[in-house]
Design a protein around this ligand. Structure first.
Ligand code: CP
Length: 313
Protein backbone atom coordinates (compact mmCIF):
# COMPACT_ATOMS: atom_id res chain seq x y z
CA UNK A 1 0.00 0.00 0.00
CA UNK A 2 1.34 3.45 -0.94
CA UNK A 3 -0.93 5.62 1.26
CA UNK A 4 -3.95 5.38 3.54
CA UNK A 5 -6.30 8.33 3.29
CA UNK A 6 -9.57 6.52 2.61
CA UNK A 7 -11.18 3.13 3.25
CA UNK A 8 -10.99 2.52 -0.52
CA UNK A 9 -7.17 2.32 -0.22
CA UNK A 10 -7.71 -1.17 1.26
CA UNK A 11 -8.13 -3.37 -1.80
CA UNK A 12 -9.40 -6.56 -0.12
CA UNK A 13 -11.39 -5.34 2.87
CA UNK A 14 -12.50 -8.70 4.35
CA UNK A 15 -8.94 -10.08 4.07
CA UNK A 16 -7.56 -6.96 5.78
CA UNK A 17 -10.04 -7.38 8.66
CA UNK A 18 -8.98 -11.01 9.15
CA UNK A 19 -5.29 -10.06 9.02
CA UNK A 20 -5.83 -7.30 11.60
CA UNK A 21 -7.56 -9.80 13.90
CA UNK A 22 -4.53 -12.09 13.53
CA UNK A 23 -2.18 -9.16 14.36
CA UNK A 24 -4.20 -8.61 17.54
CA UNK A 25 -3.50 -12.21 18.59
CA UNK A 26 0.25 -11.78 18.05
CA UNK A 27 1.04 -8.03 17.96
CA UNK A 28 4.83 -8.45 18.04
CA UNK A 29 5.06 -11.00 15.22
CA UNK A 30 6.40 -8.36 12.82
CA UNK A 31 8.44 -6.38 15.34
CA UNK A 32 11.51 -6.45 13.04
CA UNK A 33 9.67 -5.05 9.99
CA UNK A 34 9.87 -1.41 11.06
CA UNK A 35 13.37 -1.44 12.52
CA UNK A 36 15.15 1.89 11.83
CA UNK A 37 11.99 3.27 10.21
CA UNK A 38 10.43 6.45 11.58
CA UNK A 39 6.75 7.37 11.73
CA UNK A 40 6.05 11.10 12.01
CA UNK A 41 2.69 11.93 13.57
CA UNK A 42 1.54 15.50 12.90
CA UNK A 43 -1.50 16.75 14.79
CA UNK A 44 -3.35 19.93 13.82
CA UNK A 45 -6.09 18.92 16.31
CA UNK A 46 -6.54 17.19 19.67
CA UNK A 47 -6.47 13.43 20.09
CA UNK A 48 -6.24 10.71 22.71
CA UNK A 49 -6.94 7.41 20.93
CA UNK A 50 -5.45 8.18 17.53
CA UNK A 51 -2.29 9.62 18.99
CA UNK A 52 -1.61 6.76 21.39
CA UNK A 53 -2.88 3.81 19.34
CA UNK A 54 -0.96 4.85 16.21
CA UNK A 55 2.23 5.22 18.25
CA UNK A 56 1.56 1.85 19.88
CA UNK A 57 1.03 0.27 16.45
CA UNK A 58 4.35 1.72 15.24
CA UNK A 59 6.16 0.45 18.36
CA UNK A 60 4.68 -3.04 17.87
CA UNK A 61 6.24 -3.04 14.39
CA UNK A 62 9.63 -1.88 15.74
CA UNK A 63 9.24 1.65 14.30
CA UNK A 64 10.32 4.86 16.02
CA UNK A 65 7.35 7.24 16.28
CA UNK A 66 7.92 11.01 16.60
CA UNK A 67 4.98 13.29 17.38
CA UNK A 68 4.33 16.99 16.87
CA UNK A 69 1.34 19.17 17.75
CA UNK A 70 1.61 21.26 14.61
CA UNK A 71 -0.93 23.92 15.58
CA UNK A 72 0.71 24.60 18.95
CA UNK A 73 4.41 23.98 18.37
CA UNK A 74 5.33 24.34 14.68
CA UNK A 75 5.58 27.44 12.51
CA UNK A 76 2.24 28.41 11.00
CA UNK A 77 1.96 26.50 7.71
CA UNK A 78 0.74 28.12 4.49
CA UNK A 79 -1.21 25.81 2.18
CA UNK A 80 -2.06 28.17 -0.68
CA UNK A 81 0.28 28.14 -3.66
CA UNK A 82 1.50 31.53 -4.86
CA UNK A 83 0.53 33.32 -1.63
CA UNK A 84 2.50 36.43 -0.61
CA UNK A 85 3.35 35.23 2.87
CA UNK A 86 3.22 38.52 4.73
CA UNK A 87 0.56 37.34 7.21
CA UNK A 88 0.50 34.86 10.08
CA UNK A 89 1.90 31.82 8.24
CA UNK A 90 5.70 31.45 8.33
CA UNK A 91 6.42 28.28 6.36
CA UNK A 92 4.94 26.84 3.16
CA UNK A 93 3.70 23.25 3.01
CA UNK A 94 6.14 22.71 0.09
CA UNK A 95 9.10 23.08 2.46
CA UNK A 96 7.39 21.64 5.55
CA UNK A 97 6.32 18.39 3.86
CA UNK A 98 9.67 17.99 2.07
CA UNK A 99 11.60 18.53 5.30
CA UNK A 100 9.49 16.07 7.34
CA UNK A 101 9.95 13.55 4.51
CA UNK A 102 13.69 13.58 5.21
CA UNK A 103 13.25 12.74 8.88
CA UNK A 104 10.54 10.09 8.48
CA UNK A 105 9.61 7.06 6.37
CA UNK A 106 5.83 7.52 6.77
CA UNK A 107 3.87 10.67 7.74
CA UNK A 108 0.53 10.48 9.54
CA UNK A 109 -1.58 13.66 9.62
CA UNK A 110 -4.68 14.78 11.52
CA UNK A 111 -6.42 17.89 10.17
CA UNK A 112 -10.11 18.58 10.90
CA UNK A 113 -12.48 20.59 8.69
CA UNK A 114 -13.32 24.26 9.17
CA UNK A 115 -17.06 23.43 9.09
CA UNK A 116 -17.52 26.94 7.70
CA UNK A 117 -16.02 26.61 4.21
CA UNK A 118 -17.55 23.52 2.61
CA UNK A 119 -15.66 23.64 -0.67
CA UNK A 120 -12.33 24.10 1.12
CA UNK A 121 -13.12 21.18 3.45
CA UNK A 122 -14.25 18.93 0.61
CA UNK A 123 -11.07 19.73 -1.31
CA UNK A 124 -9.13 18.16 1.59
CA UNK A 125 -6.55 20.90 1.07
CA UNK A 126 -4.33 19.97 4.04
CA UNK A 127 -4.19 16.21 3.42
CA UNK A 128 -3.87 16.69 -0.35
CA UNK A 129 -1.01 19.15 0.12
CA UNK A 130 0.87 16.65 2.30
CA UNK A 131 0.21 13.91 -0.27
CA UNK A 132 1.44 16.22 -3.05
CA UNK A 133 4.59 17.59 -1.43
CA UNK A 134 5.72 14.75 0.83
CA UNK A 135 8.02 12.23 -0.81
CA UNK A 136 6.97 9.43 1.58
CA UNK A 137 3.62 7.64 2.18
CA UNK A 138 0.88 9.61 3.96
CA UNK A 139 -1.64 8.17 6.43
CA UNK A 140 -4.78 10.05 7.46
CA UNK A 141 -5.42 10.17 11.18
CA UNK A 142 -8.72 11.96 10.40
CA UNK A 143 -9.09 14.54 7.70
CA UNK A 144 -11.84 17.01 6.85
CA UNK A 145 -14.13 14.35 5.39
CA UNK A 146 -12.83 10.92 6.46
CA UNK A 147 -11.52 8.97 9.44
CA UNK A 148 -10.41 5.75 7.71
CA UNK A 149 -8.45 4.32 10.67
CA UNK A 150 -11.67 4.56 12.72
CA UNK A 151 -13.84 3.04 9.97
CA UNK A 152 -11.47 0.10 9.58
CA UNK A 153 -11.42 -0.35 13.37
CA UNK A 154 -15.22 -0.41 13.49
CA UNK A 155 -15.34 -3.08 10.79
CA UNK A 156 -12.87 -5.21 12.77
CA UNK A 157 -14.97 -4.80 15.94
CA UNK A 158 -18.22 -5.79 14.22
CA UNK A 159 -16.55 -8.82 12.63
CA UNK A 160 -15.29 -9.96 16.04
CA UNK A 161 -18.66 -9.55 17.75
CA UNK A 162 -21.20 -10.54 15.14
CA UNK A 163 -23.41 -13.52 16.02
CA UNK A 164 -25.09 -13.91 12.63
CA UNK A 165 -23.65 -14.09 9.13
CA UNK A 166 -25.33 -10.82 8.11
CA UNK A 167 -25.94 -8.63 11.18
CA UNK A 168 -28.16 -5.55 11.14
CA UNK A 169 -26.03 -2.43 11.71
CA UNK A 170 -27.60 0.98 12.35
CA UNK A 171 -25.72 4.28 12.21
CA UNK A 172 -27.76 6.73 14.26
CA UNK A 173 -27.27 10.47 14.55
CA UNK A 174 -27.17 11.53 18.22
CA UNK A 175 -27.28 14.94 19.91
CA UNK A 176 -24.25 17.05 20.77
CA UNK A 177 -23.56 20.53 22.08
CA UNK A 178 -20.95 21.38 19.43
CA UNK A 179 -20.92 21.33 15.64
CA UNK A 180 -19.00 18.18 14.72
CA UNK A 181 -17.45 16.93 11.44
CA UNK A 182 -18.85 14.24 9.13
CA UNK A 183 -15.60 12.27 8.92
CA UNK A 184 -16.41 9.40 11.32
CA UNK A 185 -19.88 8.87 9.87
CA UNK A 186 -18.50 8.99 6.30
CA UNK A 187 -15.81 6.38 6.94
CA UNK A 188 -18.20 4.17 8.91
CA UNK A 189 -20.56 4.24 5.90
CA UNK A 190 -17.64 3.42 3.56
CA UNK A 191 -16.68 0.51 5.79
CA UNK A 192 -20.20 -0.92 6.09
CA UNK A 193 -20.70 -0.65 2.33
CA UNK A 194 -17.71 -3.01 2.02
CA UNK A 195 -19.14 -5.59 4.40
CA UNK A 196 -21.93 -8.17 4.25
CA UNK A 197 -24.25 -6.38 6.68
CA UNK A 198 -27.84 -5.14 6.68
CA UNK A 199 -26.96 -1.46 7.02
CA UNK A 200 -29.33 1.42 7.77
CA UNK A 201 -28.65 5.10 8.54
CA UNK A 202 -31.06 7.07 10.72
CA UNK A 203 -31.01 10.78 11.47
CA UNK A 204 -33.41 13.68 11.90
CA UNK A 205 -34.62 15.44 8.77
CA UNK A 206 -32.16 18.04 7.44
CA UNK A 207 -29.17 16.05 8.77
CA UNK A 208 -28.60 14.16 5.49
CA UNK A 209 -24.97 13.33 4.82
CA UNK A 210 -23.14 13.72 1.52
CA UNK A 211 -25.38 11.81 -0.95
CA UNK A 212 -22.31 10.67 -2.88
CA UNK A 213 -21.12 8.80 0.21
CA UNK A 214 -24.54 7.53 1.35
CA UNK A 215 -25.23 6.15 -2.13
CA UNK A 216 -27.89 3.41 -2.04
CA UNK A 217 -27.75 2.88 1.75
CA UNK A 218 -31.30 3.17 3.20
CA UNK A 219 -31.92 6.29 5.29
CA UNK A 220 -34.78 6.49 7.83
CA UNK A 221 -35.93 9.61 9.67
CA UNK A 222 -37.66 7.57 12.40
CA UNK A 223 -35.02 6.37 14.87
CA UNK A 224 -37.31 3.90 16.65
CA UNK A 225 -38.23 2.12 13.41
CA UNK A 226 -34.59 2.06 12.27
CA UNK A 227 -33.33 0.52 15.53
CA UNK A 228 -35.78 -2.42 15.43
CA UNK A 229 -33.93 -5.77 15.53
CA UNK A 230 -30.52 -4.08 15.32
CA UNK A 231 -27.46 -6.14 16.26
CA UNK A 232 -25.13 -3.12 16.36
CA UNK A 233 -26.06 0.51 17.00
CA UNK A 234 -23.33 3.03 16.11
CA UNK A 235 -24.06 6.49 17.51
CA UNK A 236 -22.42 9.62 16.16
CA UNK A 237 -23.25 13.26 15.99
CA UNK A 238 -22.58 15.32 12.91
CA UNK A 239 -23.50 18.87 12.02
CA UNK A 240 -25.74 19.60 9.05
CA UNK A 241 -24.17 18.85 5.67
CA UNK A 242 -26.43 20.90 3.39
CA UNK A 243 -26.83 23.83 5.83
CA UNK A 244 -23.11 23.33 6.26
CA UNK A 245 -21.71 23.03 9.79
CA UNK A 246 -24.91 24.20 11.49
CA UNK A 247 -26.57 22.74 14.61
CA UNK A 248 -30.26 22.41 13.72
CA UNK A 249 -31.50 20.36 16.67
CA UNK A 250 -30.67 20.90 20.34
CA UNK A 251 -33.07 18.65 22.31
CA UNK A 252 -31.96 15.23 23.50
CA UNK A 253 -34.71 13.04 22.07
CA UNK A 254 -32.26 11.23 19.73
CA UNK A 255 -29.95 10.26 22.63
CA UNK A 256 -29.34 6.49 22.71
CA UNK A 257 -30.95 4.94 25.79
CA UNK A 258 -30.93 1.41 27.19
CA UNK A 259 -34.57 1.09 26.24
CA UNK A 260 -33.90 2.08 22.61
CA UNK A 261 -30.83 -0.17 22.38
CA UNK A 262 -32.52 -3.37 23.56
CA UNK A 263 -30.14 -6.32 23.09
CA UNK A 264 -28.00 -4.60 20.45
CA UNK A 265 -24.31 -3.84 20.94
CA UNK A 266 -23.48 -0.16 21.30
CA UNK A 267 -20.62 1.46 19.40
CA UNK A 268 -19.08 4.94 19.39
CA UNK A 269 -15.66 6.17 18.27
CA UNK A 270 -15.09 8.21 21.48
CA UNK A 271 -14.72 10.72 23.00
CA UNK A 272 -18.40 10.62 23.95
CA UNK A 273 -20.48 13.04 26.00
CA UNK A 274 -22.37 10.96 28.55
CA UNK A 275 -26.10 11.61 28.90
CA UNK A 276 -26.08 13.74 25.77
CA UNK A 277 -25.09 11.29 23.02
CA UNK A 278 -25.84 8.15 25.05
CA UNK A 279 -27.00 7.54 28.59
CA UNK A 280 -24.79 6.11 31.35
CA UNK A 281 -26.85 2.92 31.51
CA UNK A 282 -25.69 2.01 27.99
CA UNK A 283 -22.01 2.89 28.36
CA UNK A 284 -21.83 1.11 31.73
CA UNK A 285 -23.50 -2.06 30.42
CA UNK A 286 -22.04 -5.20 28.87
CA UNK A 287 -23.63 -4.13 25.58
CA UNK A 288 -21.10 -1.34 25.13
CA UNK A 289 -18.17 -2.07 22.79
CA UNK A 290 -16.57 1.37 23.00
CA UNK A 291 -13.47 0.29 24.96
CA UNK A 292 -12.89 -2.66 22.65
CA UNK A 293 -13.24 -0.32 19.67
CA UNK A 294 -10.54 1.91 21.14
CA UNK A 295 -8.33 -1.15 21.64
CA UNK A 296 -8.81 -2.17 18.02
CA UNK A 297 -7.51 1.20 16.86
CA UNK A 298 -4.01 -0.19 17.50
CA UNK A 299 -4.49 -3.22 15.24
CA UNK A 300 -6.17 -1.25 12.46
CA UNK A 301 -3.23 1.18 12.47
CA UNK A 302 -0.77 -1.69 12.72
CA UNK A 303 -2.26 -3.40 9.66
CA UNK A 304 -2.04 -0.12 7.71
CA UNK A 305 1.56 0.62 8.76
CA UNK A 306 2.61 -2.97 8.09
CA UNK A 307 1.09 -2.85 4.60
CA UNK A 308 2.90 0.42 3.83
CA UNK A 309 6.21 -0.80 5.30
CA UNK A 310 6.02 -3.91 3.09
CA UNK A 311 5.70 -1.63 0.07
CA UNK A 312 8.71 0.58 0.92
CA UNK A 313 11.77 0.06 -1.21
N1 CP B 1 -11.85 8.19 17.93
C1 CP B 1 -10.81 9.05 17.87
O1 CP B 1 -10.29 9.35 16.79
O2 CP B 1 -10.38 9.49 19.08
P1 CP B 1 -9.34 10.69 19.29
O3 CP B 1 -9.99 11.94 18.69
O4 CP B 1 -9.15 10.78 20.78
O5 CP B 1 -8.09 10.37 18.57
Amino acid sequence: MKKYTNISDIKNFSQAIEEAIQLKKNPLKFSALGKHKTLGLLFFNSSLRTRLSTQKAALNLGMDPIVMNVSGDAWGIEFEDGRVMNGSTAEHIKEAAAVVSQYCDIIAVRAFPTLTDKSKDESEHVLKAFTKYATIPVVSMESATAHPLQGFTDAITITEHKKTAKPKVVLTWAPHVKALPHAVANSFINAMQNMDVDFVITHPEHYDLNPEIVGQTPVMYNQEDALKDADFVYAKNWSAYHDYGKILKTDLDWMVTKEKLGDAKFMHCLPVRRNVVVEDAVLDSDNSLVIEQANNRTYAAQWVLKSILEGLK
